[in-house]
Design a binder for this molecule. Sequence first.
Ligand SMILES: NC(=O)c1ccc[n+]([C@@H]2O[C@H](COP(=O)([O-])OP(=O)(O)OC[C@H]3O[C@@H](n4cnc5c(N)ncnc54)[C@H](O)[C@@H]3O)[C@@H](O)[C@H]2O)c1
Length: 311
Amino acid sequence: MKVTIVGAGNVGATCADALAHRRIASEVVLLDIRENFAEGKALDMMQTATLNGFNTCIAGSTNDYAKTANSDVVVITSGIPRKPGMTREELIGINAGIVKNVSESLLKYSPNAVFVIVSNPMDTMTYLALKETKLPKNRIIGMGGILDSSRFRCYLSLALNCPANDVDGMVIGGHGDTTMIPLTRLASYKGVPVSQFLSAEELKKVSADTMVGGATLTGMLGTSAWYAPGAAVATLVDSIVNDQKRLFPCCVYLDGEYGQKDICLGVPVIVGKNGWEKIVDVKLNEEEKTSFAKSAEAVRNMNNVLSSVTN
Ligand SMILES: NC(=O)c1ccc[n+]([C@@H]2O[C@H](COP(=O)([O-])OP(=O)(O)OC[C@H]3O[C@@H](n4cnc5c(N)ncnc54)[C@H](O)[C@@H]3O)[C@@H](O)[C@H]2O)c1
């Protein structure tokens, strides 16, 4: 299986490393606009093959899309982070231009690929990629909820003082500090509701920490995180290329599901070789439904900014 990752920066390169290390793909192409950057990262990773025991072929490319031809999955991580003094409209304008051009180039060489969108603001960039490529909705997936859920499970495990793999939980809604919704009511420790072990106050803190999970790391690192984002993208790609039918919260096009239309937002979906194959209808309570509607409103406002900068 061939996977192309556009953007050989922190997240893209970490994802490529995980795809090889975990033997998820037989061929990975890393593409970047910076001269020789992707080639350098790919060569460095290839030199770990005998050390890490993988046979994945990793190739780099400076903007030559012919090398990405016939990919099964394409991942878009290209974009810039917000810089001091830059308005959100300017950031959206720049990243929208990048995501639009990259999507068109990828589509030309890999018309049958499943597209995974990572660039921020991810919910809006996923919507843009869907509208620009005009691909069937199932083949466009935004990755944000898998990362947010792994942060949620990490904070829950720290509060419970147990291994993170013994904890289950999901974050739905938008991929933003104020738009994501950690579903604490449904989180469990080996199948037992976490509310049996943690107080309402402790759960509130876990939620709050999860929601600012990305911002906390940006404050510590001076740029956004990459280990967990890269691993989260690789986990999503694994479910696609190996047709695992895993259940993840992903950003997908809603056409009435969860009470929303004409928007891409994080909901639980089944992911397999055709992309997202089914939206899972989790029964939300009134409070969760209200949060979801608010999240949709915020993402829709961002999408409206997008139409003002791209028209
Ligand atoms: N969805 C998520 O969960 C999530 C998590 C972390 C980061 N992100 C987002 O992912 C994006 C990448 O983050 P990063 O930390 O890897 O940034 P980075 O700056 O390390 O890497 C971005 C790379 O994109 C390349 N690039 C820019 N324009 C390009 C183009 N037109 N074609 C090809 N390559 C191009 C740059 O040269 C750079 O190497 C950002 O938008 C970031 O906000 C999303």
